[in-house]
Design a protein around this ligand. Structure first.
Ligand code: BMA
Length: 315
């Protein structure tokens, strides 16, 4: 074998897809785009599921090994019917990301309504009782991931506003209290005639490595057959996550398995969660074609090396 031939960076789990609608004890059309966290040695997955009216709810599944998940009998979060959350979640809740910080699990999710899409922030300690804290963005903005530590006493998030002028890019914002956010600035933009040229967005909650914060993001390329969603990696400075150490030029994962190529939306791999392990690997979770959940592993050092050895310009 030619030693220069690229090996897959992400090794797919042989038992993919790891979760489908057939595993859910209530009626859903899809299971995808799940946030995943490891808590007390167990893996907790909060997944998005389409109902048969096209709107989404969030379900919860648990696992001892990170691959074999059992779904709870009842949904975890359905659109609120009360107050301000009720107004802005009318069309559904989507794409949850979980961040463990100060003993809490914070969940950011897209809240859809007739007014556009905003991001809701909810908090749980035990994945049984969940409280909504606030809507933390205006419309239209999606893909909010929180860093699992504070910087200079402030919470930090990555997000992706929509714009008519600029391709949809990755921004960073800061907050003293999780509710009020500011000091926003753009940090990574799609690259022209590149696999992520149409739009990019944060994916999994970033995790700390010895080289920097690793951010698994999605990038989209428009073809004559529609959009293709792939995953890539970005490395952020450990002390100042607005400083980009490198954006890997090549993607780490693209739709290849049949359930990534065809499903609810074809040609999509989309990640909202990754779990770094003590053996130097990371379990990466992604939705396949917006219909099933898949998993794979990568060596964290390989992902960091891709950002550092062959980066493309962040802007
Ligand atoms: C994005 C979001 C994701 C979805 C992706 C592919 O705009 O809606 O939830 O996985 O499109 O359809």
């Amino acid at each position: 074998m030619n030693p220069d031939k690229r090996e897959p960076v992400v090794r797919r789990y042989a038992g993919n897809p790891i979760l489908t609608r057939d595993d859910v004890p209530y009626s859903v059309a899809t299971v995808h785009n799940a946030g995943v966290v490891k808590a007390n040695g167990r893996y907790i997955m909060v997944f998005r599921a389409h109902l048969f009216n096209g709107r989404s709810i969030l379900g919860l599944a648990e696992s001892a090994d990170g691959y074999s998940f059992k779904v709870r009998p009842e949904p975890f979060m359905t659109p609120s019917e009360d107050g301000i959350s009720g107004e802005y979640e009318e069309y559904g809740v989507e794409d949850p990301r979980i961040c463990q910080i100060d003993g809490d699990f914070l969940i950011t999710y897209s809240a859809y309504s007739r007014h556009g899409v905003r991001i809701g922030l909810a908090r749980t300690r035990d994945f049984t009782f969940v409280e909504r804290i606030s809507l933390i963005t205006q419309a239209d903005l999606r893909n909010v991931v929180l860093f699992p530590q504070k910087f200079g006493g402030r919470y930090v998030r990555l997000d992706r506003p929509h714009s008519e002028i600029s391709p949809w890019s990755m921004w960073i914002s800061y907050s003293p209290d999780l509710v009020h956010w500011g000091d926003s600035k753009v940090i990574v933009k799609p690259a022209v005639y590149h696999w992520d040229e149409m739009k990019i967005g944060p994916g999994a909650t970033p995790f700390r490595t010895e080289n920097g914060w690793l951010n698994i993001y999605h990038g989209v390329f428009r073809t004559m057959d529609g959009a293709v969603y792939r995953l890539g990696v970005i490395l952020h400075d450990l002390n100042d996550p607005s400083r980009i150490l490198g954006v890997a030029d090549e993607w780490i994962l693209q739709p290849e398995d049949p359930w990534e190529i065809a499903g609810y939306v074809h040609n999509v791999v989309f990640s909202c969660g990754a779990v770094p392990e003590e053996d130097g690997t990371v379990k990466i979770y992604w939705g396949g074609a917006d219909k099933v959940m898949c998993a794979g592993t990568a060596r964290i050092s390989d992902l960091a090396a891709m950002c550092l050895a062959k980066p493309r310009s962040p802007m």
